[in-house]
Ligand binder design. Structure first.
Ligand SMILES: C[S@@+](CC[C@H](N)C(=O)[O-])C[C@H]1O[C@@H](n2cnc3c(N)ncnc32)[C@H](O)[C@@H]1O
Length: 233
């Protein structure tokens, strides 16, 4: 991509996010901060072990397009599915991928995750799932795991750590975590979805990284709305 192309792409992305804000699909705060937050997903995803050359990534509950549009723009080898159940948001996302020139490798699916996660076109076909403000950890885990192939990764935005405690024994790396964070992403209950917590990364923002160490069992996701009505942890 030339500098001019890249400037144009950045401008289109900024415009798409401003439009998302006007439509009420993007939370408060400067756009630049949202972009930095989304960039954190890209940086972490690229550092995952066994990351494939042409990763297939799902943005779970993409809303106004974050972090999916940024992941797509910053990772030209990746193909993405932006999933959102809401019809207005999905139409907005369709327009945004065209205005950002991403339609050749980004698509939009307007559906509940509990439904797509059972569709064989999507189930266990993704290398990675990103999720920002989708729901509480139990809901994110149950809705994300069915999409992931074995060895895939899940990156979820988390509140930044206020208090850093000692590393926890179940962690495979030297990341320090808060007790709060370990309670939010407990390894025992996550195992029922085939997920293993790998790291809590905290800098300006917080992110939880998980690995799909086993394929998600067929029992999940449960019927539409059940993951949030009866969370498993
Ligand atoms: C709070 S918004 C976050 C949007 C975006 N990720 C962001 O951070 O700006 C959550 C989005 O998830 C979508 N959503 C919630 N539950 C869903 C489900 N079960 N399946 C698909 N989309 C869902 C909503 O329509 C909404 O657009």
């Amino acid at each position: 991509m030339s500098v001019a192309d890249s400037d144009g792409a950045t401008r289109s992305l900024d415009e798409a996010l401003l439009a998302a804000r006007e439509a009420g699909f993007l939370g408060p705060g400067p756009i630049a901060r949202h972009l930095r937050h989304a960039q954190g997903f890209v940086d972490l995803a690229k550092r995952q072990p066994h990351v494939t050359e042409r990763p297939r990534i799902l943005d779970l509950g993409s809303g106004g397009g974050l972090p999916g549009l940024v992941v797509a723009q910053q990772w030209p080898q990746a193909t993405l599915v932006l999933l959102d159940a809401n019809r207005r948001r999905a139409s907005f996302l369709e327009r945004s991928i065209v205005s950002c020139g991403l339609q050749s490798r980004v698509s939009v699916v307007q559906q509940r995750a509990e439904v797509s996660g059972r569709d064989l076109a999507f189930r266990a076909t993704f290398d990675g799932v990103v999720a920002r403000s989708f729901g509480v950890p139990a809901v994110v885990a149950e809705c994300a795991a069915p999409f992931l192939r074995q060895g895939g990764w899940l990156i979820v935005s988390e509140p930044p750590a206020e208090k850093i405690e000692a590393p926890l024994p179940h962690r495979t790396d030297a990341e320090e975590v808060t007790e709060d964070e370990a309670a939010r992403w407990p390894s025992g209950p996550l195992a029922q979805f085939g997920l293993t917590p790998v790291a809590f990364v905290h800098d300006e923002f917080g992110y939880e990284v998980l690995s799909q160490s086993e394929l998600c069992p067929d029992a999940f996701p449960r019927r539409d709305g059940v993951p949030s009505r009866k969370p498993r942890f």
